[in-house]
Design a protein around this ligand. Structure first.
Ligand SMILES: C[S@@+](CC[C@H](N)C(=O)[O-])C[C@H]1O[C@@H](n2cnc3c(N)ncnc32)[C@H](O)[C@@H]1O
Length: 346
């Protein structure tokens, strides 16, 4: 499939307008703070943007960031402004034509930003260990509509885990299906190139992430995708596709379920562009100044990461109170004790 994808992004597509579905177009509304950053990116780079989400997490100043499947470099150049002159962004892609566009405008961006802090490397995201990148050296790894195109997704996650610092995160947007994609759809080169054929069934993705050591993946945002081309829609039938952004933290001590230790956090309102609330994920929008009860995993995602200085932490892990309510899973036992129906055996 590597050759099919290289041909698709290197030769078939010339710009975002050539896409045959909306799968790889980011139609989510852009936050205001991002618009001036995109305004400083070269038009040719922007015209070859094929992402499906937003991969600019908060608090990146001074960070080392890696972009897997960076394409022509739109996200690399946006992230370069967020990490600033003390940070670095490295883009990896396997397609010469995409990298050529990214590299052609490197000098132009250095001049526009007033500093040069990006680097592009040709390589396969399944073989990150073959690139000259030091293990445990990245704060954040991002990727935008690429993992679905990889024939070896487990190898990608293993490489990410190896390159992240402890407390670092993989923050990435991708396409997922509501069920396992049948072989006929998977083997269609256009559907594969359009980011649908290689999409993972979402629950298989969660299993893969857990197997790679990323416990408790957090969904940040999602939207349904439409297959607008009628011939492609006929081929995909009842399959439904979604664009989703997940964050996977490399953290020791995360548990497979959200456990309640009676802990809470208070957000200080100090993360740039987030004065009123900090959104960790789809279920955690933490208002400034409010005592916000959290499970042990959320506590670690805030306490053992770059976010720590922006929170006050209440409690510890010394008392366990069972499952954290409202996190999806519930205790399997009946709690009624006084009726014959509730305890038929004794
Ligand atoms: C849908 S485009 C997204 C590009 C970019 N992230 C963006 O948002 O514009 C997919 C990109 O991933 C690259 N790619 C796909 N599979 C890859 C792999 N296995 N290794 C490296 N790059 C890959 C392609 O060459 C292409 O540039």
């Amino acid at each position: 499939m590597h050759e099919v994808v290289q041909d698709y992004y290197g030769k078939q597509l010339q710009s975002t307008a050539d896409l045959k579905t909306t799968a790889c177009c980011d139609i989510s509304s852009l936050p205001e703070w991002l618009k001036p950053l995109l305004g400083r990116i070269h038009p040719e780079v922007l015209s070859r943007y094929y992402g499906c989400g937003l991969v600019c997490p908060s608090l990146l100043e001074g960070c080392r960031v890696l972009d897997l499947g960076c394409g022509s470099g739109r996200d690399v150049y946006a992230l370069a402004q967020l990490v600033g002159p003390t940070g670095e962004v490295v883009g990896v892609d396997m397609t010469n034509e995409q990298l050529a566009v990214a590299q052609a405008h490197q000098g132009w961006h250095t001049e526009t930003f007033g500093y040069g802090n990006v680097r592009f490397i040709k390589g396969y995201i399944e073989k990150l260990d073959e690139l000259d990148l030091e293990p445990g050296s990245f704060d954040v790894i991002v990727s935008n509509c690429v993992v679905n195109l990889s024939p070896e997704k487990a190898a990608v996650l293993a490489g990410v885990e190896r390159l992240l610092k402890p407390g670092g995160e993989f923050y990435f947007s991708d396409v997922y299906a509501d069920r396992r994609v049948p072989e006929a759809v998977r083997n269609d080169t256009v559907l594969y190139g359009e980011c649908l054929g290689g999409a993972l069934y979402w629950n298989d993705f969660l299993r893969l992430a857990n197997a790679a050591g990323f416990v408790d993946p957090r969904l940040v945002e999602d939207r349904p995708l439409e297959v607008t081309d009628s011939a492609l829609a006929a081929q995909t039938g009842n399959l439904r596709f979604f664009s989703a952004t997940y964050r996977l933290f490399k953290l020791d001590g995360l548990e497979s379920a959200c456990e309640d230790y009676g802990q809470a956090v208070i957000y200080k309102g100090t993360i740039p562009n987030n004065p009123h609330r900090f959104t960790l994920d789809k279920h955690h929008a933490i208002e400034t100044g409010r005592v916000f009860p959290v499970c042990g995993n959320t506590w670690r995602m805030l306490h053992d990461t770059r976010f720590a200085n922006h929170f006050t932490f209440i409690g510890d892990f010394s008392h366990h109170f069972g499952l954290f309510e409202g996190c999806g899973s519930v205790m399997p036992f009946d709690t009624a004790t006084n009726s014959a129906e509730a305890s038929p055996c004794c």
